[in-house]
Design a protein around this ligand. Structure first.
Ligand SMILES: Cc1cc2nc3c(=O)[nH]c(=O)nc-3n(C[C@H](O)[C@H](O)[C@H](O)COP(=O)(O)OP(=O)(O)OC[C@H]3O[C@@H](n4cnc5c(N)ncnc54)[C@H](O)[C@@H]3O)c2cc1C
Length: 373
């Protein structure tokens, strides 16, 4: 029997873990590169006081509920880490992770840019591996222990990114939310802004003074006890920087006034044999990442075909308009319906008709989704 393909995953946070789990289920060989020494992504390094902004019911894998002893709705980072550790253990994920190996760059080798642009179908053949010929990704990895550089060759890989932001974004709001540049603020945040105990100050430059900070264009020092650099991340730049090819760097983020052009928020029509799962975020990112990881695993396993590149681009433009008009939690449920349709799964996930009409969908509604081939 032909051995299933090796798939590269960059990172072992919630997204990489979900991608690894669903690829293993379909008997692929996932290989996860994680710059850090353990799984968990940002949760392993947040201060102990950091709590989930999402309730635990929305922040859980569909087939792995929180243990019964956990009863509080809002959990702290230690509890999240314990949960992720037991998830990794339950599905045997750690042994697929190469810890302390940072991906420094990726390069698509074997096909020129002009040829790629002329393809009518993604990856030339429309399937995940481009018919198994020519194009392969070279993944350049730096090892933490001795700084040695390795070059790995893959025919398909998956990538995920994290971004968060400040409350006064300068860029397009919708591009911000689509890129995960969305913050859920703590309770009474704006009351504190109104009473003046938190001061929000957009400024390109500033100076520290003896008893506070002086921001650009101001003449008086703002007296402060604490300064928080809420500079956020430039998600689209970070996304571009991983590519060696200047062309991919340019096309990956699309244009400034649109969401990042990813079909089903995963596949860039111009970038072959690659998917980006966690670029788009919602109020519950674990839920969003998990369902995309399942969609991707199903696609890679020949579960469905992608439309032509032109149709994908058209779909992205329509999604961009829809997103800007209807942004909210229900739009994610609507989007999950599209993913379910692609996977040929039942969209109505709740057993009782009226419950389906009136009770919002959450992660556990998607348990047992995939139709195995
Ligand atoms: C303080 C805080 C609170 C949050 N609260 C919530 C919440 O309540 N609900 C919610 O839905 N979301 C929340 N989020 C969003 C959060 O980002 C996601 O829920 C989730 O943790 C993202 O997981 P991830 O795997 O996509 O990325 P991350 O958790 O960011 O993991 C990224 C991983 O990638 C690794 N890495 C990075 N670059 C490379 C490279 N080049 N090579 C190899 N490895 C690399 C890093 O070491 C890291 O382990 C919060 C975020 C923050 C910062």
């Amino acid at each position: 029997m032909e051995q299933k393909k090796r798939v590269c995953i960059i990172e072992a946070g919630i997204t990489g873990l979900a991608a690894c789990k669903y690829l293993l289920e379909r008997e692929f060989q996932p290989m996860v590169f994680e710059a850090d020494r353990s799984i968990g992504g940002l949760w392993k390094s947040t201060p102990a006081s950091t709590r989930l902004q999402t309730t635990r019911w929305d922040y859980q894998f569909s087939d792995f509920p929180w243990p019964e002893k956990v009863t509080e709705p809002s959990l702290d980072s230690k509890q999240v880490m314990e949960y992720l550790d037991s998830y990794a253990q339950r599905f045997g994920l750690n042994r697929h992770v190469r810890f302390g190996e940072k991906v420094e760059g990726i390069e698509y080798v074997g096909v020129g840019e002009e040829e790629m642009e002329a393809w009518h179908l993604w990856t030339r053949t429309g399937d995940a591996f481009g018919g198994g010929r020519r194009g392969v990704w070279h993944v350049i990895v730096r090892q933490d222990k001795d700084g040695a550089i390795e070059r790995w060759i893959f025919s398909k890989f998956t990538e995920s990114y994290l971004r968060k932001t400040i409350p006064i974004p300068k860029h397009s709001f919708f591009r911000g939310i689509a890129a995960g540049l969305l913050a859920v603020l703590p309770e009474h945040f704006y009351n504190k802004v109104e009473e003046g105990s938190i001061i929000l100050k957009p400024s390109k430059t500033f100076e520290f003074r003896k008893n506070g900070v002086l921001t650009e264009g101001d003449v008086t020092t703002i007296k402060t006890d604490l300064v928080i650099y809420a500079t956020g991340f430039k998600g689209d730049q970070k996304l571009g920087n991983i590519f060696i090819s200047l062309w991919f760097q340019k096309v990956v983020a699309g244009t400034k006034d649109m969401i990042v052009p990813l079909y089903r928020e995963c596949i860039h029509p111009q970038i072959p044999q690659m998917a980006i799962i966690a670029y788009s975020m919602s109020i519950s990112n674990l839920y969003t990442s998990e369902i995309r990881a399942r969609w991707l695993a199903c696609f890679i396993d020949d579960g469905f075909k992608l439309p032509s590149k032109r149709e994908m681009e058209k779909n992205i433009i329509e999604w961009d308009k829809y997103y800007k008009t209807y942004y909210g939690n229900s739009i994610h449920t609507w989007y999950n319906d599209q993913l379910c349709k692609d996977m040929r799964c039942n969209l109505r996930r709740k057993k009782i008709f009226f419950v389906d009409l009136f009770i919002p969908y959450g992660p556990t509604d998607y348990v047992g989704l995939e139709l195995k081939k």
